[in-house]
Design a protein around this ligand. Structure first.
Ligand SMILES: Cc1cc2nc3c(=O)[nH]c(=O)nc-3n(C[C@H](O)[C@H](O)[C@H](O)COP(=O)(O)OP(=O)(O)OC[C@H]3O[C@@H](n4cnc5c(N)ncnc54)[C@H](O)[C@@H]3O)c2cc1C
Length: 385
């Protein structure tokens, strides 16, 4: 490698933007891609570029990256293509634990509105926090922690709860200074009394202008592959749509696409979404606009349990949709470019596993053998709670 990093050794905390071409991911080469990383991750990123046969075009301090970078030739030998089934996807540097519970980021609430239509069951809100002070940043698929005000039943300060980030790294207003969540208020009955979840109620009730303790970001399980030609199957129930909303915005929102010259999604994205009733569908307007703008790239299948029937006459759950489309899902999974994401309530896992087992069997495959292989290759992603 002929890249001198001497000029960059000013401070490990400084951010740099690397422009790379020809990265090989899942068998295809990408055009140009940008990585913005702290100097401390420079060596690891250069190694990843080398491993994926990429060619580094420039290294620029991040604050100068918007000015046209002068290409700095650097040849990196192209390596052999990674094995599609067993080689994990190489991701860009991912920020983790920038703010810890002892010294959380204090975010101001910018907005809090219901995502539900009239007649829906429960409460689900979209809540946005301002991040313009400090250095809290994240990528799609990560979560943040929220420490609700007040004390627990032992008189100790409330502990943090995790929430999947529902916005892209650029935030809903594309200025990279906000983070949004999709929160369902937990409510259950105990001894004839309605119990409200501490943090979810705190968030659903919160008013614009309020200050909230935020930690993180955390999580590397649900990262999107950098490959613009990947196929992404998303299985979501309820607020499990949060990370998928971020992926789909990154893939299809016109403002997002303009912000990401290195990520112009061209693969197939298929969202299979489970909710109890039609008014409980989340982000429906956005999803419909992606369907009309990108009909060849986006597919959207709904399982509306209290309104639709499965083939046995019972309620239509997400696993029934997975079973119905098992053949197509497996044909896609046979393609090494296909990644599957599952997010939502933990109870969705056994049903989906069963549906996948049956679909695998009909193709002569063994799901309990295949799933760990897909997991190892970073193609099977689960975050349930
Ligand atoms: C990685 C991750 C991502 C998450 N993302 C999201 C998200 O995007 N959106 C979202 O809304 N939530 C999400 N959650 C869940 C979230 O962290 C909280 O667990 C949830 O909001 C409930 O917290 P709470 O403080 O309101 O409830 P708490 O006051 O903490 O109450 C929860 C407790 O109530 C009890 N309980 C719950 N249900 C019942 C019942 N039916 N009967 C009896 N007892 C019961 C259990 O003991 C449970 O531990 C995520 C969790 C994880 C781990």
């Amino acid at each position: 490698m002929r890249i001198s990093t001497a000029a960059l050794r000013q401070s490990d905390a400084r951010m740099f933007t690397l422009v790379v071409e020809g990265l090989k991911a899942a068998g295809t080469r990408t055009a140009e891609r940008c990585f913005t990383i702290p100097f401390s991750q420079m060596q690891a990123t250069l190694r990843m570029i080398n491993q994926q046969g990429g060619r580094l075009l420039s290294v620029t301090p991040a604050d100068q990256a918007s000015a046209a970078p002068t290409p700095e030739p650097a040849s990196i030998a192209a390596n052999a293509a990674p094995s599609p089934v067993t080689t994990p996807v190489k991701h860009e540097a991912v920020p983790v634990n920038l703010y810890k519970p002892k010294d959380p980021y204090i975010g101001t609430v910018l907005g809090n509105y219901s995502l539900l239509a009239e007649g829906a069951i429960g409460r689900v809100n979209h809540i946005t926090f301002d991040l313009s002070e400090g250095n809290l940043h994240y990528v799609e698929g990560q979560s943040i922690g929220i420490i609700p005000d007040g004390v627990d039943s032992n008189g100790k300060p409330n502990k943090l709860r995790l929430y999947s980030i529902a916005s892209t790294r650029h935030g809903d207003n594309l200025e990279a200074k906000t983070v949004s969540l999709c929160v369902r208020q937990l409510q259950y009955e105990k001894d004839g009394e309605t119990i409200n979840g501490v943090c979810s109620t705190f968030l659903c009730d919160i008013e614009p202008g309020a200050k909230v303790k935020i930690t993180g970001p955390v999580g590397k399980e649900m990262l999107l592959p950098p490959d613009e030609d990947a196929n992404v199957i998303m299985l979501a129930t309820g607020t499990g749509i949060a990370p998928m909303r971020a992926y789909l915005r990154r893939m299809f929102d016109p403002g997002e696409r303009a912000k990401n010259p290195g990520y112009q999604f061209r693969g197939k994205a298929w969202l299979i979404m489970g909710v109890p009733t039609t008014p409980n569908l989340l982000y429906e307007e956005d999803l419909q606009s992606y369907l009309s703008e990108f009909p060849d790239n986006f597919r959207y299948t709904k399982a509306i349990s209290r309104e639709q029937q499965n083939p046995s006459g019972g309620r239509m759950y997400i696993q029934d949709r997975v079973a119905e489309h098992g053949d197509e899902i497996f044909t896609m999974i046979e393609d090494p470019k296909t990644h599957v994401y599952m997010c939502g309530l933990r109870g969705m896992e056994p049903g989906i596993d069963e549906a996948m087992s049956k679909a695998a069997e009909s193709k002569g495959l063994n799901w309990s053998e295949l799933r760990p292989q897909l997991k190892k290759a970073d193609r099977w992603h689960v975050e349930t709670y």
